[in-house]
Design a protein around this ligand. Structure first.
Ligand code: ATP
Length: 231
């Protein structure tokens, strides 16, 4: 579903991504695990088309991001590290605004109701986003990613800043979404990717340093790489 080949991103002399390659099969939940500055957000921003690569290629669903950027964008729902929420809008106003912005063509009321049921935000639908808990805000962020029913979800540190109960709820929501979506999520925390993902890519200093199942990683990570993720 996703093919990344030789992806490199330079900021002046700083190499944020150093020739990384990986593919993600349809229907899997893949974790991107690494410390601050490893290159997780850079990779996600390039796959979603918000950032251009210095070199290398990305294709999603057979569409190359450079040749068919709008086709790729249609296939991906993105939750950035800082979700694009407008705190002075109600959840209803915001999701309707994003529905229009993304030019979704599915029946509006039915589609919004299905998303709200799925991410469980019905009880806050009429409330101001600025008054919501972080857990609910993150659910609203995931709701906007689901607009238009994209088959791929890219979630950048979806549980960061949440309390333990909210973390478990968001992890369960992601596992549930994984039944019908291909998902890449990034995290600093090994137990998080163990709880949610079928496969984990460990990234450090712009390079993929390990790739395997969560269980194999917890046994086989080298001591150097163990130190870079919170165990
Ligand atoms: P975090 O967990 O802190 O979000 P990350 O793994 O997502 O980290 P990136 O944000 O992708 O890491 O950053 C990768 C590298 O690229 C870092 O060295 C970072 O300082 C650098 N970088 C990112 N954005 C820019 C930018 N706009 N200009 C210069 N350097 C940047």
């Amino acid at each position: 579903m996703i093919e990344v080949k030789g992806l490199t991103k330079r900021y002046g002399a700083n190499i944020a991504l150093d020739h990384i390659s990986f593919s993600v099969e349809q229907g899997t939940i893949v974790g991107f695990l690494g410390p601050n500055g490893a290159g997780k957000s850079t990779t996600m921003n390039i796959i979603t088309g918000y950032l251009s690569a210095s070199s290398g290629s990305v294709s999603v669903g057979g569409h190359n991001i450079l040749e068919e950027p709008s086709e790729v964008k249609k296939l991906i729902g993105y939750l950035p590290e800082i979700p694009p929420l407008y705190t002075d809008m109600t959840v209803k106003e915001y999701l309707n605004f994003m529905y229009d912005l993304k030019k979704v063509t599915l029946p509006r009321e039915k589609h919004l109701k299905e998303i709200c049921d799925l991410v469980r935000i019905n009880e806050v639908y009429g409330r101001l986003i600025g008054n919501l808990s972080k857990g609910y805000r993150q659910r609203v962020g995931i709701a906007q990613a689901l607009l238009g029913n994209p088959p791929v979800l890219i979630l950048d540190e979806p549980t960061v800043g949440l309390d333990p109960k909210q973390i478990i709820e968001i992890r369960n929501l992601i596992k549930n979404l994984g039944r019908n979506h291909t998902i890449i999520l990034s995290s600093h925390i090994l137990p998080e990717v163990q709880a949610v993902c079928e496969r984990v890519l460990v990234i450090n200093k712009g390079r993929i340093v390990a790739d395997g199942t969560p269980d194999s990683l917890s046994h086989n990570l080298s001591s150097d790489h163990r130190l870079i993720v919170r165990i």
